[in-house]
Write a protein that binds this ligand. Structure first.
Ligand SMILES: *[C@@H]1O[C@H](CO)[C@@H](O)[C@H](O)[C@H]1NC(C)=O
Ligand SMILES: *[C@@H]1O[C@H](CO)[C@@H](O)[C@H](O)[C@H]1NC(C)=O
Ligand SMILES: *[C@@H]1O[C@H](CO)[C@@H](O)[C@H](O)[C@H]1NC(C)=O
Ligand SMILES: *[C@@H]1O[C@H](CO)[C@@H](O)[C@H](O)[C@H]1NC(C)=O
Ligand SMILES: *[C@@H]1O[C@H](CO)[C@@H](O)[C@H](O)[C@H]1NC(C)=O
Ligand SMILES: *[C@@H]1O[C@H](CO)[C@@H](O)[C@H](O)[C@H]1NC(C)=O
Ligand SMILES: *[C@@H]1O[C@H](CO)[C@@H](O)[C@H](O)[C@H]1NC(C)=O
Ligand SMILES: *[C@@H]1O[C@H](CO)[C@@H](O)[C@H](O)[C@H]1NC(C)=O
Length: 755
């Protein structure tokens, strides 16, 4: 196989931040009350058993195993009241009491896998046994093995399919029954002239990124996960397939990124080891499929039925910035959840301004004098530098004990906080400059701080100007759940159109990727600043790196529930059940609060509980992917470079007929007819098509009714798109096609532009 030179790829994450949540009610004497049930009037025995199982799982997550939980619980309230009574050690009870009702890793609740800390019997979590015995690989910067997210307490033997996997140099990174593999791939890194001290010949994570993504895919329920500066907001950290076994393949090295040769070696090892899902929050420049190592590695994986999930990139909202676009990969964009971490700035004149950050309480509950950077200027510094609170620009005498007000720009946000801290300030208000407008970032500042928007910043500066005695206060971080609208597409999330094959819609899906809490490396300090010696076991990060493992975790659950589904069937199930509206029931917005399009969210926001029962799927075989390459103009030799076995391209292969769960026609002239094929994976049923036409385009479907008698049955249909007038769809227009049997809605976006 020919490969481009070892090219540098980068981890996908923007910045990091932190937090957690309070949770639910508790009663003493060891009755754990979880709320109420919403059973149908005719509740089935299976549902009741599932409730009891969910109680075992819940308690098990605190006391180590579901076995222990089964022994401990003597009442399981499953009809109306949701809860249980159990014999528990005082400490265990205290632990539950302290942490019950935590929604900590709130993204799973936002995706409805749980509600108010309770896992409903109909949740994909319950149905899929929390992903037990699924093996998930993460190609990233390694793992912090001591993290509680990877503890094997309560786990049975390693699945017998795990024959070749291992922990390489396991004196440095020991494996257990949860973290069943940890390998490192450094030859590409070293071949580029980087020298590695032998004490770093290890899959140990010194970056934090790999521990974060791995714990998001498959980390345990970890109660009491707390974050720096916001210990009060502690909660339960959770992975998407929380009972899955996980394996780390370290292919990214601090400061250097991730080398192609190492990524490919990582793929090879993961495929050989027999994993079920490969999660990869890495990406580089878009290249032809036969020069793109991630595409090639992923192709080999899907040939073995392994699902590959990748991040879309953080280069949005620039058009055509999406990467990892091979049609055999699931490509994931990033969006917000309905949570904010708010800190309020209170001014002496009564104004309250909403900011964000993770911040400790101020030393005393009183108003502190306010001083702007300019007012605190050191005699040898410029006003401009002082305004920005740059190193060496502040007069410590003036700042001591006050709240310093700094302008955003030039030096790092956390560095401004550091300068304020070093100058003896009691707190810092960080005001956006005009350019940054409304974008607020949760940072780990060295002192109580709040980050406010541009207009609020002007309010603070004019208040300081208006009085000889300006005062203020910064409230500690408060978590707010239920923020609207949510989800909103993250402005950094890379978007389409697909730069290589515009007939394929990418990204496929969006998932939570803003301010996500997960495990971190204790080998890395919080800010990367020289004098930062603070570490934390859990942290928040943002990026498509964080949304990708959310989807990988859900894929683990789907694999567990439907072991026979192909990677394409799983992608179809996730895509056709996605949602395009937000929690105000309006169309999802993008980072500038304009209506978002399939170019940013693909089919929409993932809905795990729907994805387990999609009704119908658009399936694809390995040969369909080879025909896709042929249709792209690849000849037999080039196709062979990817598949590694001889292939004869069929005479006619059409990109438009490629059985993808979305419909994209990038250059419509006059009219075009495409075909698609649906496979029944649900109960027998009669499906009727509903169309929402893109503006200026007529869409007709034949036949308009599809009847399925049994599972696995396939039916084809044709779609004709036609411009309604000359000049229609000059720019991309969007619509949808939905097959419905009254219960399942199998929805595909339609994306069209005229030639
Ligand atoms: C969660 O529980 C709290 C009190 O226990 C209740 O006020 C709230 O409405 C519940 N939220 C949901 C979404 O059920
Ligand atoms: C294992 O780690 C040690 C450093 O502690 C190193 O000297 C050795 O080369 C490593 N072994 C392998 C196989 O990488
Ligand atoms: C800035 O934040 C305040 C909340 O403190 C909000 O009311 C205001 O709308 C924001 N400014 C802009 C321009 O959105
Ligand atoms: C001003 O003087 C102080 C103390 O001598 C020094 O630490 C600082 O770097 C100087 N600042 C500038 C901008 O030169
Ligand atoms: C506050 O006063 C300074 C200096 O007098 C001036 O440069 C600045 O524009 C004023 N800011 C506001 C918001 O009024
Ligand atoms: C913090 O991290 C940075 C980069 O990761 C490192 O250069 C620095 O030495 C660290 N600081 C401390 C005090 O460990
Ligand atoms: C971090 O450094 C500060 C002084 O700079 C020191 O007081 C503190 O003990 C250090 N913390 C750790 C965990 O080393
Ligand atoms: C396939 O295409 C490549 C690149 O264009 C070319 O070098 C090669 O000769 C072609 N092979 C065949 C069998 O046509």
């Amino acid at each position: 196989m020919q490969l481009s030179k070892s090219v540098l790829l980068f981890l996908f994450f923007t910045h990091f931040c932190l937090f957690q949540t309070p949770a639910f009610a508790i009663k003493k004497s060891y009755i754990v009350y979880l709320g109420s049930h919403s059973h149908a009037p005719q509740v089935s025995e299976a549902d009741l058993q599932a409730v009891t199982r969910s109680h075992h799982e819940f308690l098990g997550s605190f006391i180590g195993s579901t076995e222990k939980a089964r022994d401990a619980i003597f009442y399981s309230y499953k009809y109306h009241i949701n809860g249980f009574a159990a014999h528990l050690e005082e400490e265990e009870a205290a632990q539950i009491a302290k942490h019950s009702k935590l929604h900590t890793t709130h993204s799973w609740e936002f995706m409805l896998l749980e509600k108010n800390g309770t896992v409903h019997p109909s949740s994909l979590w319950t149905k899929a046994g929390f992903g037990e015995d699924i093996i998930i690989a993460n190609l990233d910067s390694g793992v912090w093995p001591e993290s509680k997210s990877f503890s094997d307490e309560g786990y049975g033997p390693v699945p017998s399919s795990w024959v070749k996997g291992k922990c390489q140099n396991d004196t440095l990174v020991p494996c257990n029954r949860k973290l069943i593999g940890a390998q490192f791939f450094k030859e590409g890194y070293e071949a580029d002239g980087n020298e590695l001290d032998p004490s770093f010949y290890t899959a140990r994570d010194y970056e934090g990124h790999g521990s974060h993504t791995l714990s998001t895919v498959g980390g345990n329920f970890v109660p009491g996960a707390s974050l720096h500066n916001a210990e009060a907001i502690s909660g339960t950290a959770k992975g998407g397939s929380p009972k899955a076994r996980v394996a780390a393949y370290k292919v990214c090295w601090p400061g250097a990124g991730c080398y192609n040769a190492d990524i490919l070696a990582g793929f090879e090892a993961a495929i050989r080891d027999g994993v079920d899902v490969i999660s990869l929050s890495i990406g580089g420049e878009v290249q032809d499929y036969n020069h793109d190592v991630i595409a090639i590695g992923a192709f080999h994986a899907i040939q073995k039925g392994i699902v590959v999930v990748c991040s879309a990139g953080n280069d949005g909202p620039t058009p055509s910035s999406v990467t990892n676009i091979a049609p055999w990969i699931i490509t994931v964009g990033a969006s917000t959840i309905d949570r904010q971490f708010q800190t309020w700035v209170e001014l002496g004149n009564g104004r309250r301004l909403k900011g964000e950050s993770f911040t400790k309480e101020m030393p005393e509950s009183r108003l502190y004098p306010l001083i702007s950077g300019v007012q605190a200027r050191a005699s040898n510094a410029s006003a401009k530098d002082a305004e920005l609170c740059k190193p060496g620009s502040l007069d410590h005498e003036k700042v001591g004990g006050k709240i310093l007000v700094c302008l955003r720009g030039e030096n790092a946000r956390v560095d401004k906080g550091l300068q304020a801290f070093l100058a003896g300030a009691a707190g810092m208000i960080l005001c956006n400059d005009k350019q940054n407008g409304n974008g607020l970032v949760l940072d780990f500042h060295f002192l109580p701080a709040s980050h406010i928007n541009y207009t609020d910043g002007l309010t603070v500066f004019s208040y300081i100007n208006s009085t000889n005695n300006p005062v203020g206060y910064i409230t500690p971080t408060e978590q707010v759940i239920g923020v609207t609208p949510a989800p909103v597409m993250a402005s950094f999330s890379s978007v389409g159109p697909n730069p290589l094959t515009p007939e394929i819609l990418k990204p496929d899906i969006t998932a939570p990727g803003v301010n996500i809490i997960a495990a971190f490396s204790l080998g890395k300090n919080l800010t990367g600043l020289d004098n930062d010696n603070r570490t934390t076991p859990y942290i928040t990060m943002s990026g498509t790196s964080m949304s990708c493992p959310h989807v990988s975790g859900v894929v683990g659950l789907l694999k567990s529930l439907h072991p026979g589904w192909s990677p394409a069937a799983i992608r179809s199930a996730i895509s056709t059940t996605a949602r395009t509206r937000d929690n105000t029931d309006n169309p999802m917005l993008d980072g500038s609060f304009e209506k978002a399009t399939p170019f940013s969210y693909g089919s929409g926001h993932i809905r795990p509980n729907r994805a387990m029962d999609p009704g119908l799927v658009y399936d694809l075989s390995v040969n369909d992917y080879l025909d896709f390459l042929c249709a792209n103009g690849y000849n037999d030799t080039m196709v062979e470079q990817i598949s590694q076995s001889p292939y004869n391209c069929p005479k006619s292969a059409s990109l438009l007929d490629f059985n993808y769960p979305s419909i994209t026609v990038p250059a419509l002239s006059g009219s075009v007819t495409l075909s698609r094929k649906l496979k029944n994976v649900g109960s027998p049923g009669k499906y009727v098509v509903h169309i929402r036409e893109p503006y200026g385009i007529s869409v007709s479907v034949k036949p308009r009714i599809l009847k399925f008698e049994k599972i696995g049955e396939e039916k084809s249909f044709k779609i004709t798109l036609k411009a309604k007038w000359k000049g229609a769809a000059k720019n991309y227009e969007f619509g949808s096609l939905t097959w419905t049997d009254g219960f399942h809605n199998v929805r595909s976006p339609i994306v069209v532009a005229a030639a």
